[in-house]
Design a binder for this molecule. Structure first.
Ligand code: ATP
Length: 241
C-alpha cells in the first residue's frame, strides 16, 4: 500500500464571514506529484496556508495529517523542522544574498557538510542556470530563475513534502515550460510534491493525480492523464470543447 504523506479531511476555512474553503478532502502519497487546479479565488492558496499553519485569525475546521501526525494548529517552525517545505507565490528568495548563500540557507537545519555539498552539486545539475550564476545576487535574477532558486533552496532541506504555489505565475511561456520541466525532474528524483497551479494543462501533464477546486470545494479528482481527457475538465479548465 502507498504511504500517506499528507491527508486533508473535511477542511473548512473562513476569513471572517467569508467561507473560502467549504470542504476539502485531499491526499498525497509518498513519491507522488499531485496537483490542485482551479480558477482564481477557488481557495487553493488558502488550502496550502492551512497546511503550513499560516492563517492567523481564521476559523479552520477539519483535519490535516502530515507524516501521520495531526498538524492543524502546529507552528510553522515545527513543520519546517519536520521537513515540510513551501515555495510560496512570489517566491521569497533572499535578494541580497548570492545563489549559493540562498542554497546554504535552505540547508540551515542540517549539519552534514559533505551531504550539503553533494546536494548543492545535485541540484546545480538539475538547475544549470543557477550553477552558472552561483555568485550572483538573487535579487538580480529573472523571475524564472528566482523561481528555480526558491525551489532549489526548498529542496536543500530534504523535504518529505514540497508545496509549490503557482510556480508558473508571471513567467514567460518559455520559462513556464522550463519550470514544469524542472518540476517533473524533481518529481522523478522521488520528491513528494503538492503543486497548486492555474495552468491546468501543464500541471495535469506533469502530475500523477489531480484535484479540481471550485468555489471552496473539490469538484473532481482522479488520475491526471484521465482528467486531461475528461470533457468537463477540457471545457472548463483547458479552454477547449
Ligand atoms: P489565486 O489563484 O487567485 O490565488 P486561490 O484559488 O489560491 O486563487 P485563495 O487565494 O485561496 O484562492 O482565495 C480564496 C477566497 O478567499 C477568495 O475569495 C479570496 O478573496 C478570499 N481571501 C483570501 N485571502 C483572504 C484574506 N486574507 N481575507 C479575506 N478573504 C480572503
Amino acid at each position: 500500500m502507498s504511504e500517506n504523506v499528507l491527508k486533508i479531511s473535511g477542511l473548512k476555512i473562513a476569513y471572517g464571514g467569508i467561507q473560502a474553503v467549504k470542504g476539502v478532502d485531499l491526499e498525497v502519497n509518498k513519491g507522488e506529484l499531485v496537483t490542485l487546479i482551479g480558477a482564481n479565488g477557488a481557495g487553493k492558496t488558502t488550502t496550502l496556508k492551512a497546511i503550513t499553519g499560516t492563517l492567523p485569525g481564521c476559523k479552520v475546521e477539519g483535519q490535516i495529517t502530515y507524516t501521520g501526525q495531526a498538524i492543524l494548529g502546529a507552528k510553522s517552525f515545527q513543520l519546517v523542522k519536520n521537513s515540510l517545505a513551501m515555495v510560496p507565490e512570489g517566491r521569497g528568495v533572499f535578494t541580497r544574498m548570492t545563489i549559493l548563500e540562498n542554497l546554504l540557507m535552505g540547508a540551515y537545519t542540517r549539519n552534514d557538510k559533505a551531504g550539503i555539498q553533494a546536494d548543492i552539486d545535485k541540484w546545480f545539475g538539475v538547475f544549470p542556470r543557477l550553477k552558472e550564476r552561483s555568485a550572483q545576487l538573487a535579487g538580480t535574477l529573472s523571475g524564472g530563475e528566482q523561481q528555480m532558486l526558491a525551489m532549489a533552496r526548498a529542496l536543500m532541506s530534504h523535504p518529505k513534502l514540497l508545496l509549490l504555489d503557482e510556480p508558473s505565475m508571471g513567467l514567460s511561456p518559455i520559462m513556464v515550460e522550463k519550470i514544469f520541466e524542472v518540476v517533473r525532474t524533481v518529481s522523478a528524483q522521488g520528491v513528494t510534491i503538492l503543486l497548486v497551479e492555474q495552468n491546468a494543462k501543464l500541471a495535469l501533464q506533469a502530475a500523477h493525480r489531480g484535484y479540481v477546486m471550485d468555489s471552496g470545494l473539490i469538484t473532481m479528482t482522479g488520475k491526471a492523464s484521465e482528467m486531461l481527457d475528461d470533457p468537463k475538465v477540457r471545457e472548463a479548465y483547458l479552454g477547449e470543447g
